[in-house]
Design a binder for this molecule. Structure first.
Ligand SMILES: *Cc1c(COP(=O)(O)O)cnc(C)c1O
Length: 369
């Protein structure tokens, strides 16, 4: 079976070497030496100033909202994983959905301003599939209305915009190190800032707001373990190779798919991309379902990602409303987009097979009923 993604696992002996050290030290968690080592290596790799390694890419979104004192309306994207919207709702804030632009499916800066009210405090946007949002336009709006900017950069590991890690933009940026992401620690995530005071605050948040005999205020448990850090230390040096292998397969799909009936989201100029996903968009949901059936018949499991458009989730409707906030572009794209399998050791023959199944399925003209 071929899945949409396959986690990279490092050499077992290498991981075992880290485990031996953990067994010798008997230091399993609580800001241990491997956690610190991984944080140092991540800061170096990404070229960012402060970075806190946490348990996952969702809790860091919640910490970001809390750290910036966001309690009211957050303008966000409907085209993301549900974790983005959940974080806003879990923190008791209200998600206000700005539609996406039809070229790259990132939040459309031109849709943001009309949604700003006296209760708007932040913009939380996702760099979809690892491609940067229109960062300058979003920052200009934030500056004009005095809003905070939080980026869900879960997809962006290793991707750069204008020569800088995408994680270095916004007031706070977060990443996921889940097993399915370009870089992973099995479960994990991080939050990035260039402000020392903010970094200290996040450090306290991560461990109950408690350090030694001091209680700095309300906190949560978002600490990650030495075993997870060890996985990260094994995977991180391989990231350039892994991205190069993804790029090769990405290019091969490009050369094999019939783009007379399929489109792909565009990349922002200035992007140094990480090839995190291979999304394709069909002319209709009907075509998408036909393609999915054809792939599944051959044990190939693509994924509808993202689906549904998050504004359509009943728990994300505006308070007191029983209808979705309208986002026609996102609603339409979510029905027609499919991520094809993409991972570093996906065989060329499998890309051939997937591409030919997709090409055949899109070429079928359904009989009218
Ligand atoms: C994966 C992902 C998350 C959640 O990350 P976890 O580490 O699984 O909690 C959040 N946002 C986006 C866009 C994601 O793709």
């Amino acid at each position: 079976m071929i899945n949409v993604t396959k986690s990279y696992l490092p050499d077992l002996d290498e991981y075992n070497n880290y485990l031996k050290g953990i067994w010798e030290r008997v230091h399993l968690t609580n800001d241990g030496p491997l956690v610190r080592q991984l944080e140092d290596q991540l800061k170096e790799f990404l070229g960012v100033k402060y970075l806190k390694f946490c348990t996952n890419g969702t809790i860091v979104l919640q910490m970001a909202l809390k750290a910036l004192d966001i309690t009211k309306e957050v303008i966000t994207t409907p085209f993301s994983y549900v974790a983005t919207t959940n974080a806003i709702l879990w923190e008791g804030c209200t998600p206000i959905f700005a539609d996406i632009n039809p070229d790259d499916y990132n939040i459309d800066p031109d849709k943001i301003e009309a949604l700003i009210t006296k209760n708007t405090q932040a913009i939380m946007a996702t760099h979809v599939y690892g491609n940067a949002c229109q960062i300058e336009q979003i920052q200009a709006i934030a500056d004009k209305y005095n809003l905070k900017v939080i980026y869900d950069a879960a997809h962006t590991f290793g991707a750069k915009y204008n020569g800088q890690s995408i994680l270095s933009y916004g007031d706070l940026s977060t990443c996921s190190f889940h097993a399915t992401k370009v870089f992973h620690t099995v479960e994990g995530g991080c939050i990035v800032t260039d402000n020392e005071e903010m970094a200290q605050k996040l450090h306290h948040y991560r461990s109950f707001g408690h350090q030694n005999d001091n209680y700095y205020g309300i906190g949560i448990n978002a600490k990650n373990s030495e075993l997870h850090a060890a996985m990260g230390l094994c995977v991180l040096p391989k990231v350039p190779e892994l991205i190069a292998a993804r790029k090769k397969r990405f290019g091969y799909y490009d050369s094999q798919l019939d783009f007379s009936k399929i489109t792909r989201p565009s990349l922002l100029p200035g992007m140094d991309y990480n090839y995190a996903y291979y999304p394709v968009v069909f002319d209709s949901e009907e075509t998408l379902l036909r393609v999915m059936d054809a792939l599944k018949a051959d044990d190939i499991m693509p994924r509808r990602y993202f689906y549904p458009s998050l504004n359509m989730l009943p728990f994300a409707f505006a308070p007191g409303s029983d209808t979705a906030q309208p986002c026609p572009v996102s609603e339409d794209v979510a029905l027609r987009v499919l991520c094809l399998p993409l991972y570093p050791d996906l065989a060329e023959a499998d890309v051939d097979r997937i591409a030919s199944i997709v090409n055949m399925a899109v070429a079928i003209v359904p009989e009218s009923v």
